[in-house]
Design a protein around this ligand. Structure first.
Ligand code: G4P
Length: 523
């Protein structure tokens, strides 16, 4: 074991931000990048309106629609730590991508709009994070607007998400009357809209201001003192062990847009968030992050992030060891030996060659078609296989053809490459080989169509098949005559047959007709 490697690993903080769209994820990400010194101005709103876009929103489609479509990785140094933020698309049609990204982080930040409270998408994503048992830090955003009472917001965490909330700071007023934040953890007050020496007021050991301090008479502050007493007596007690397991979440209030409370949040987060932990590999083995041999898994594949470079990038979360240029690894799925000559770290769309990436970091490997989502790679002799990533059975389907029959080559290339990214599933009609795409959300098809045109110069025609229930059938039991328009017979990318049932009635009808045939939900 090398202490040098362990030191490096312990400096890593790799996390994702989860939220419902519009809660302020992009804005807070930008503020963090600003503190990390990787961008010089934030102001997402102004930038978007003037035609410049958030660092994390680099793709053409994102610019057009104003939504985050793909996960990006952003890296910066802060207070001696190497921070990796894995961005996740907020729109629920892309939740698959988000779920897989959440498998590659060590903690999560949950951004909540303090006027709206917990919204549906937050709830869904929270469940995934909770299942992983990793720490979750909460930022109650938009304090500069009138929001719900802070006590309600904390109670809602427990009521709707089943996680204890423990306040790290507390708003003094809100919206028009916002005065500042009572920083419970650091025993001071952070004043709103104040800079320099006036920004912080120190509290005495009882958490009070001296009477000589004019702010001590402020009515909002007086109210806050009452609330603080209440939460100190009746609220949840800060418990690092519960936080580590994801049973308790430290709650920070603030306003990302006015950059209020974000710095304190980031400082506390960096202190409390965990460094990369061990992984369970090969089903039962514990692999420590400071194990010398490099290992990792692919959680995302993306083609052509930069339209000027026609390439594909496999995003690898390093699970153990250190990445070095020219490293020889084995792809666990196929046993193929691959030399990793070309890799990038991410500063959003600005790519840099990797300098020192260790467990916890994400590297982007230029890929010529070797990798699939979920692949494990390892250096050394011992085979290492990471647990499978979650896969989702598509529910929406379309038929796809090339508009221009002369351009079949770019059509096929685009189909194959985009499908390998894993956001969309490819099927073929069992008899005619016609292409059928399956996705979880409609927007995925739109992005696909756009990218086929934009990146592969291929106009595609999509015919809606609509909602279908996908069920696999044992090839031995298959008789193609079982298929009809209500249960479309297709094959997946491994050539395995499945039926796409029009609805559950069609499925039941089929089961009644063929009681001996076994159908399965997943391959
Ligand atoms: P998202 O990534 O979670 O979807 O949210 P994003 O940061 O894009 O923020 C959504 C909207 O909320 C933006 O306004 C943003 O300016 C605003 N916002 C974020 N944080 C705060 C905050 O602390 N206070 C207030 N008052 N607003 C905040 P928008 O008008 O939708 O901007 P635009 O996208 O139209 O430019």
């Amino acid at each position: 074991m090398s202490n040098e490697l362990l030191d490096k690993v312990n400096k890593r903080r790799t996390f994702a931000i989860i939220s419902h769209p519009d809660a302020g994820k992009t804005t807070i990400t930008e503020q963090m990048l600003l503190f990390g010194g990787v961008i010089r101005s934030a102001g997402t709103v102004k930038a978007r309106k003037s035609g410049h876009y958030a660092t994390s929103d680099w793709m053409e489609i994102e610019k057009q629609r104003g939504i985050s479509v793909t996960s990006s990785v952003m890296q910066f140094e802060y207070q001696g730590k190497r921070i990796n933020i894995l961005d996740t698309p907020g729109h629920e049609d892309f939740s698959e991508d988000t779920y897989r990204t959440l498998m590659a982080v060590d903690s999560a930040v949950m951004v909540i709009d303090s006027a709206k409270g917990i919204e549906p998408q937050t709830k869904k994503l929270f469940k995934v994070v909770k299942q992983r048992g990793i720490p979750i830090f909460t930022f109650m955003n938009k304090l500069d607007r009138d929001g719900r009472p802070p006590l309600d917001l904390i109670a809602e965490l427990e009521d709707l998400l089943g996680i204890e909330g423990v306040a790290m700071n507390w708003p003094i007023g809100s919206g028009q009357t916002l005065q500042g934040l009572y920083d419970i953890a650091n025993n001071k007050i952070e004043m709103y809209h104040k800079d320099g020496p006036d920004r912080f007021l120190s509290l005495d050991k009882d958490g009070k201001l001296p009477d000589s301090e004019p702010f001590s008479q402020n009515p909002q502050f007086q109210d806050t003192l009452g609330e603080i007493e209440l939460i100190k007596e009746a609220g949840n007690q800060f418990d690092l062990q519960k936080i580590a397991k994801g049973d308790q979440t430290p709650v920070f209030f603030g306003s990302a847009l006015t950059n209020f409370g974000v710095e304190t949040f980031l400082q506390s987060f960096v202190k409390m968030a965990p460094a990369p932990a061990s992984h369970i590999v090969n089903e039962t083995e514990v692999l420590a992050p400071d194990n010398q041999e490099f290992t990792g898994f692919v959680f995302k594949i993306q083609a052509n992030m930069n339209p000027h470079h026609r390439d594909r990038i496999a995003f690898v979360r390093i699970g153990s060891g250190e990445f070095k240029k020219g490293l020889d690894v084995t792809l666990a799925r196929t046993g193929k030996a691959i030399r990793l000559n070309n890799a990038t770290e991410f500063m959003s769309s600005e790519r840099m060659q990797v300098s020192d990436a260790v467990a916890g970091d994400i590297v982007g490997l230029y890929d010529t078609g070797n990798f699939q989502i979920g692949d494990s790679i390892y250096a050394g002799k011992n085979k290492v296989v990471y647990p499978p990533l979650p896969e989702f059975t598509p529910e929406l389907f379309v038929r796809v053809t090339a508009k221009n029959v002369m351009k079949q080559k770019s059509f096929h290339k685009g189909m194959v490459q985009l499908v390998q990214e894993g956001a969309i599933q490819l099927y073929q009609n069992y008899q005619t080989d016609e292409y059928i795409l399956g996705a979880v959300g409609q927007l995925q098809f739109e992005v696909f169509k756009f990218r086929m045109k934009n990146e592969y110069n291929s106009d595609v025609e999509m015919t809606n098949i609509g909602h279908r229930v996908a069920r696999w059938i044992d090839p031995e039991q298959l008789d193609p005559a079982m298929a009809n328009s209500r249960n479309l017979l297709v094959k997946d990318r491994y050539g395995q047959p499945l039926f796409l049932f029009e609805n559950q009635f069609a499925e039941r009808f089929f089961k009644d007709k063929y009681p001996d045939v076994k159908l399965t939900e997943k391959l």
